[in-house]
Design a protein around this ligand. Sequence first.
Ligand code: TXA
Ligand code: MG
Length: 330
Amino acid sequence: MNPALKSQILAAGEAAVATAARTLAGGGLVAFPTETVYGLGADAANPAAIARLYQAKGRPAFNPLIAHVGDLAAANKIARFDADALKLAKAFWPGPLTLVLPKTEGCTVADLATAGLDTVAVRVPAHPVARDILRAFGGPVVAPSANLSGHVSPTTAAHVEHDLAGLIDLIIDGGPVEVGVESTIVGCFEQPTLLRPGGVPREDIERVLGRALAQAPREADADSAQPLAPGMLASHYAPRTRVRLDAEDVAPGEALLAFGLHRLHGADRAVAIMNLSAERDLAEAAANLFGYLRSLDAKGATTIAVMPIPDEGLGEAINDRLRRAALGRA
Ligand code: TXA
Ligand code: MG
């Protein structure tokens, strides 16, 4: 972080929420906590604000944004819900689920935010500070994760400051987030389709739907100009240090991202060790994931070796982010 660059930082509370709403209404950029990760918010109906947002993040403009709204009634104004979408919204909102749906005629979300698609991604976040800001602002707020494009998502206000200080107007500090990985994204087309694993495990969604989710192609080619499904940019979540998955030992010079108490050969000479969850609790591991990747990235190790993590429940989202981290940056 460049110490000369500053953004206003306010502790969450009534005054901060009012300032956030005013800043958004004026076309400003506000980082705020959601239950998944910190988001960088802009007025979804203001193309100039959205252009600044893409610029601040250094994000390719073909990667569309999620519109955050306060409740299902507000979501209905911008997106068309079929029976499956309605079931999912009722079961999981507010919460870490994003639905990609056809836009309504009157959808106020700017084309720039949907990258010109005729669909829109919508989510009702559960975090009380996010909800208060949405209520005070009174319209949809687009919010990607509040990190520089290509960096891991921020789970604390300090992470946001590290990436975006001086590039955005305001940071609302609501403490560390609870879930730690981004929302699950489901496209409600003919077949409900998993576009991104995330904070709601696939199994829970399939239970509510009464059938299996179709699977979007897992990894788009990072170099292709047209991602297979937007948001599937393979190298989205990369630390600078190389990442090695399914490690069964630790080589000299490596840092270790552990899971559980099994002791790997060579662990005693690791440059640094952080344990996602000694108890092998996947929710705890998800909450720790991005913060620990950031910390280990700063240790000067040659590689971050990552122990295997079961691919069930939240493990699917964790492994998805780790695979992207291992692919390196585009
Ligand atoms: O948990 C989250 O979802 C966080 C918090 C801040 O809400 N937000 C987040 O936003 O992760 P972002 O921009 O980092 O990821 C949004 C993903 C992108 O990968 C984007 O391509 C996809 O959603 N997306 C948005 N609109 C879409 C659309 N119409 N069709 C397909 N994918 C879409
Ligand atoms: Mg992101």
